[in-house]
Design a protein around this ligand. Structure first.
Ligand code: IMP
Length: 219
């Protein structure tokens, strides 16, 4: 059995990766479900570095538990660890809030205030001058300990208003010109099909497929 341990406590992320895996016989567990909870400091300068910091911490804990015989996962399981880090990059703000997206203006600050502040900073700019993207990096640590980090992006513009009930975080002001709506106004299915995280997760699974094909470890 191949198991992916996804280094997150976020149930939506686990659901999204399960949907992308579909009916293949790969088990996906959160850190908690795998008994591998850890909370390293994400002090990297890039999404890629932060994703790898988290994945490496979980992988190291897995090795420690396996050596100590305390791991919940069966010893014969092939385990791949994955972790993501994501955020919003606004071109007119030199890529801010970037890796600080969740912490921008304080972790507990209402997103309406964060979005209003960014819209105020872009006051007077229109169209392409408001270009922005959501970025997601996914780190993949394969069962042999080697790693790859992949990236996905969703292009758009900072809107002039806040609209929509779906999604989370900065979605309500992230305007998608091709839809004429924000990413909080399109359905979750529509968003998954074009999202930065979806794109990065699909690439991460391709990395796993490639490794399985090369090593003959087919799941
Ligand atoms: P993390 O990757 O879970 O650390 O979260 C990164 C932060 O980036 C989130 O807390 C949001 O503020 C923002 N973010 C990342 N992806 C999205 C998205 O799809 N919609 C809205 N905000 C997002």
């Amino acid at each position: 059995m191949h198991t992916i341990v996804f280094a997150t406590g976020n149930r939506d992320k686990i659901r999204e990766i399960r949907e992308i895996i579909g009916d293949r016989s790969i088990r996906v567990l959160s850190m908690r479900e795998a008994g591998l909870e850890t909370d390293p400091e994400e002090n990297g300068q890039t999404f890629e570095e932060n994703a790898l910091i988290k994945a490496q911490a979980v992988y190291d804990l897995l090795q420690t538990q396996r050596q100590a015989g305390t791991c919940l996962l069966p010893a014969e399981d092939q385990v791949t660890v994955m972790s993501d880090d994501s955020g919003l990059c606004v071109d007119a703000l030199d890529g801010a809030p970037g890796v600080l997206s969740a912490r921008y203006m304080g972790r507990d600050t209402d997103y309406r205030l964060k979005m209003q502040h960014i819209m105020d900073l872009l006051d007077g700019l229109t169209g392409e001058a408001r270009s922005a993207r959501f970025v997601a990096a996914v780190a993949v640590i394969l069962p042999d300990g080697t790693h790859r980090v992949v990236r996905g992006a969703m292009e758009g513009q900072i809107g002039h208003t806040i609209a929509g009930e779906h999604g989370f975080g900065y979605d309500p002001f992230f305007f998608l010109p091709q839809y004429g709506r924000t990413s909080a106004e399109i359905s979750p299915e529509e968003k998954n099909a074009i999202s930065h995280r979806g794109a990065a997760l699909r690439q991460a699974l391709a990395v796993l497929d490639e490794w399985e094909a090369q090593t003959g470890n087919l799941s």
